[in-house]
Design a protein around this ligand. Structure first.
Ligand SMILES: [Zn+2]
Ligand SMILES: [Zn+2]
Length: 137
């Protein structure tokens, strides 16, 4: 049985104590507020896909910080051409797809892969007699 390790936390936004059960440290009220903001921003972007961060902020009055958070969380679907972007946490380049840019995501996936399967014969690539051996087999 999991899910019963509730703890009281202070809401990041309004400082009220609430029963924290995972995810963002926000009380139910603030979480609902944020959800509203998210939907507003999402709707606005659907109609104005090339709107800048400042534009979204001035049109929806959702704080820029929060809009960035939505992008970083990967919740907000932003088109590739959109000026809405956050800095990649790895290389610092602008990205519209979560905290890490696609290039870095690939890189990380590759690194994880190579860690997973440590090459059994590191010298294999520089085998000089490869041609001859092959015909014998
Ligand atoms: Zn709150
Ligand atoms: Zn990157």
């Amino acid at each position: 049985m999991e899910g019963f390790n509730m703890e009281l936390k202070s809401c990041r936004k309004c400082k009220a104590l609430f029963q924290y059960s995972g995810g963002k440290i926000l009380c139910i009220t603030c979480r609902a507020d944020e959800e509203d903001s998210f939907l507003i921003v999402k709707d606005f972007l659907r109609e104005n896909p090339s709107a800048s961060l400042e534009m979204v902020n001035s049109e929806t009055s959702v704080p820029i910080k929060l809009i960035k958070e939505f992008i970083r969380d990967g919740r907000l679907e932003v088109s590739n051409r959109s000026p809405l972007a956050v800095d990649c946490e790895r290389c610092g380049k602008k990205t519209t797809s979560g905290r890490i840019c696609p290039a870095c995501k690939n890189q990380i996936a590759r690194e994880l892969n190579s860690v997973g399967k440590i090459s059994p014969a590191p010298n294999k690539a520089e085998e000089p007699e490869y041609k001859g051996m092959r015909s014998k087999r």
